[in-house]
Design a protein around this ligand. Sequence first.
Ligand SMILES: Nc1ncnc2c1ncn2[C@@H]1O[C@H](COP(=O)(O)OP(=O)(O)O)[C@@H](O)[C@H]1O
Ligand SMILES: [Mg+2]
Length: 259
Amino acid sequence: MTASPTTPSTAESRKSLIKLDGVTKVYYTDELETHALAGIQLDILEGEYVAIAGPSGGGKTTLLSILGLLDSPTSGVYLLGGQPVESLSRSQRADVRNQRIGFIFQAFNLIGDLTVYENVELPLTYRGMPTDERRKRVNAALERVGMSHRTNHYPAQLSGGQQQRVAVARAVSGDPLILLADEPTGNLDSANGEAIMELLAELHGNGATICMVTHDPRFARHAERTVHLFDGRIVEEERGDRATTDQQELRESGFGIDR
Ligand SMILES: Nc1ncnc2c1ncn2[C@@H]1O[C@H](COP(=O)(O)OP(=O)(O)O)[C@@H](O)[C@H]1O
Ligand SMILES: [Mg+2]
């Protein structure tokens, strides 16, 4: 992967934040071996915004789980900020997750017994943040996603779109250095989807590195680069405005059938 001449000069001066070298992931179930990732080479720069596209079963969620230290590669090397992730202890991995990474999952993973406010507050509590600071951040995050009027509701009392907005608030309340989003707009109508995209763009503008799985070329366009995963391999990379040229192909690749 080389920087194209049209890449803004800032991109060239940015450092590598995430580097995968020959990363594979094999799932073993009964007598079946699934090669979810097969030799991934990926370099994500500090502050970069990368979209991951491709058909269902291509390995997108697996890749995101590995990037977020929720799962480990079967083989290959993952360097995070230049450090091999493999060398981190369990508790160091947990610290990196809590302090530096925000997740928006495909299934929202909101906790049913906690209110909207408490769900968004939880990762901040894990960090040991003082109550006042937590309150400020939770309220600001809920404001940003337009959910301030539902702080005391429980997830089951919300629509799918509202739950997703709360999940986004939870992911961004701690201003993560790295934001990993798996189909963050999958359950939203287009207006709500655009609102989430604006929110991600704002975080990106503030310096966050974003890696977003999406089937939708309209949303992939927000990213600086789109990586196409097929059968666990990166089959294509596109930069910037070129990310819109393969709309038909992307649509055929299974938009919307992944959940
Ligand atoms: N925990 C698991 N155990 C066994 N196979 C899995 C597991 N998670 C994913 N897979 C398989 O790995 C492949 C990639 O899955 P996934 O990363 O979820 O793809 P995507 O997110 O692109 O739809 C699929 O064939 C899937 O069935
Ligand atoms: Mg997936």
